[in-house]
Design a protein around this ligand. Structure first.
Ligand code: SF4
Ligand code: SF4
Length: 335
């Protein structure tokens, strides 16, 4: 069902939907950016369309709505443990095509990787997605076209903003009634067909060979801050923390908290053994996970080409150049 609405009409629909859904979209947080006088664009609750930042790529993805940065798994006493109450309200998330593909990559890990994670599933079952088209070639560091994530049909609702109108493609039966009153309109979703950045993924990666390449030493300048992992919509690693309450140290809670394969301690084992001490080796581990070994298991590349890791690195380490450099070394790419 394809319809068009004015902003006012669309906001009225959002207001109706907000009875059942928390509605999330990329919003601007003024002066919360990394450097002074810069903004941060991240996901937050909205009540009208004007709150959405439509002009920029969000620095952070919608991942934290589905997979909280810190999540209490259970509370414990000496005698028992109890799970926290789960949120009953559903969520509706505005996001871009690459980020919807990223949700699929996270689902593979949390739902289809031998076991299904009940905490993730409880949240995921209550989430629906509104995909927003992307302008022109996307943004500077996007390479979704190289990764095949520039288009999607897997949305519940698709939207296109044009001529002060909102064109809506409703695929999900649950939303047909609320959007029924718009003007019938034929339109195509606005998807990127090419990006400024082109990335060549090497066809065959022999990990035993690649692991010893000298190029990884270029990345020993990584300062292990972990920012590239935290902005990545497809990174899924977590660590566990047991928190013991001060008033009764036998009571507490177990939390899972996002972790980063770049930071110190990620591979530390009993006895102090560490697999990857050099930060360049951590970069190698991340890159090969994103463009090689995940695909061997799930049949798709983990990286969805959003370019956020490229934008966020304080050491100006370019993930895009790294993959292209690897492709060149393996003979998949010319200059
Ligand atoms: S471009 Fe970087 S941040 Fe985006 S999905 Fe790929 S590895 Fe993650
Ligand atoms: S690659 Fe950059 S963003 Fe990632 S941990 Fe290293 S310094 Fe930080």
């Amino acid at each position: 069902m394809k319809k068009s609405f004015t902003n006012k009409e669309f906001n009225e629909i959002l207001s109706i939907l907000s009875n059942d859904y928390d509605i999330y979209a990329p919003i601007t947080l003024p002066y919360k950016g990394t450097f002074s006088d810069t903004d941060s664009i991240k996901y937050g609750k909205i009540s009208n369309i004007e709150e959405i930042n439509l002009n920029n790529k969000s620095h952070y993805s919608a991942k934290e709505i589905l997979l909280p940065i810190t999540q209490t798994l259970f509370y414990f006493t000496e005698k028992e443990f109890i799970k926290p109450k789960i949120k009953t309200k559903k969520s509706l998330i505005f996001l871009r095509s690459c980020d919807l593909h990223s949700v699929n990559r996270v689902e593979n890990i949390y739902l289809h990787n031998k076991y299904s994670d009940e905490y993730y599933k409880e949240v995921r079952d209550k989430v629906k997605f509104i995909v927003m088209g992307c302008p022109g070639q996307g943004w500077d560091s996007c390479f979704c076209a190289s990764m095949g994530t520039n288009k999607t049909e897997m949305y519940n609702i698709g939207v296109k903003f044009q001529d002060n109108k909102i064109f809506v493609d409703v695929k999900d039966q649950d939303f047909k009634e609320v959007f029924n009153n718009g003007v019938d309109s034929e339109f195509e979703m606005e998807f990127v067909t090419s990006n400024k950045e082109v990335v060549t993924i090497p066809e065959r990666i022999n990990e035993d060979e690649v692991i010893n390449f000298e190029m990884w030493r270029d990345y020993d300048r990584c300062i292990a801050c972990g920012r590239c992992n935290f902005v990545c919509p497809t990174c899924t690693c977590f660590t566990m923390q047991d928190i013991f309450y001060k008033d009764n140290e036998k009571n507490g809670e177990r939390r899972r908290v996002w972790a980063s394969c770049h930071v110190d301690g990620f591979t530390t084992m009993a006895g102090g053994h560490e697999f990857r001490k050099k930060t360049g080796d951590r970069m190698r581990f991340k890159v090969l996970h994103k463009i090689s070994d995940y695909k061997k298991r799930f049949g798709v590349q983990m990286c969805t080409g959003c370019g956020r890791c490229e934008d966020i690195c304080p050491e100006y380490i370019s993930y895009i150049n790294c993959i292209n450099k690897l492709a060149k070394k393996l003979g998949d790419k010319n200059d």
